[in-house]
Design a protein around this ligand. Structure first.
Ligand SMILES: [Zn+2]
Length: 264
């Protein structure tokens, strides 16, 4: 599998992706924002865009669809609940579907929370790729979870984390929909000041350009991402200072973290 990631240099700090089969060069354009740029990038690498996939319906994940479609004729696929919300969507995907393109195999995960229609793509271990790869859209970010204030629901997001994301193996590579890593690591350190890995990575990436941000594994994320560290005593203790009524459930901790991150 070939993965090309490009930073969009927009205020929302989107990443665009091309996901390609090495043998046939058939390619998925994931969440195109700069459609013409993605078409050009594909041409530069000898890739043939056959399919557009949108993780969800927000404009910064679909605005490049028309340009990609005009240049390539590729159909637009997204979750079935997005039908009617994403212009020109040709097919509605469901949890458990497998997108096949050349040697590519991408499992569709239904991951609502950021919006009710959100999906993630999971490339499982294969003969060619020895680690799983997760394209997480706006669900899981480096050092954070996606927001829930533009059509989302934090309880649904929590359920998605527990049921879909936490079970994934440590070696899974994470490709999120935005670059918020520096800011998210600052938030992680604010929640857990002594976290050595959060400090290490904040230092490492401080001078990095967005296109050079490291691709982290879920195992690494579990070392500093507060939304994957709900049992951490320090995180809970600091939340209790601000939310004396905070319950002991993981869901309560997740909700409190998300509300603090909304104001960060
Ligand atoms: Zn979004």
């Amino acid at each position: 599998m070939i993965v090309l990631r490009r930073f969009m240099n927009n205020p929302l700090r989107n990443f665009n992706y091309l996901i390609a089969c090495e043998e046939t060069r058939q390619t998925i354009a994931l969440d195109p924002l700069d459609g013409e740029g993605m078409v050009q990038l594909a041409a530069e690498h000898g890739l043939d865009i056959k399919l557009i996939v949108n993780t969800h319906e927000h404009h910064d994940h679909i605005d490049g669809n028309p340009a990609v479609q005009a240049a390539t004729g590729a159909p637009i696929w997204a979750h079935k609940n997005a039908l009617g919300k994403i212009p020109n969507q040709a097919h509605g995907l469901s949890a458990g579907d497998v997108i096949e393109l050349g040697t590519l195999r991408l499992n569709v995960l239904f991951t609502p929370g950021h919006t009710p229609v959100h999906l993630c793509l999971l490339a499982p271990v294969s003969e060619r790729d020895n680690v799983p790869v997760l394209f997480s859209g706006d669900t899981l970010f480096n050092a954070c979870a996606g927001n829930c204030y533009n059509g989302g629901n934090v309880d649904t997001m929590y359920d998605t984390f527990v049921a879909q994301l936490l079970p994934l193996p440590d070696e899974t590579l994470l490709y999120p929909g935005h670059d918020y890593m520096k800011n998210n690591l600052a938030f992680a350190l604010d929640r857990e000041p002594g976290n050595a890995m959060a400090g290490y990575w904040a230092d490492q990436v401080s001078a990095f350009a967005p296109d050079d941000m490291p691709v982290m594994t879920l195992g690494q994320e579990r070392e500093y991402n507060p939304f994957l560290r709900l049992h951490e005593p320090l995180i809970r203790a600091r939340l209790k200072e601000q939310f004396p009524q905070l319950g002991d459930g993981d869901r309560d901790v997740f909700r409190a973290l998300r509300s603090l991150r909304d104001q960060w």
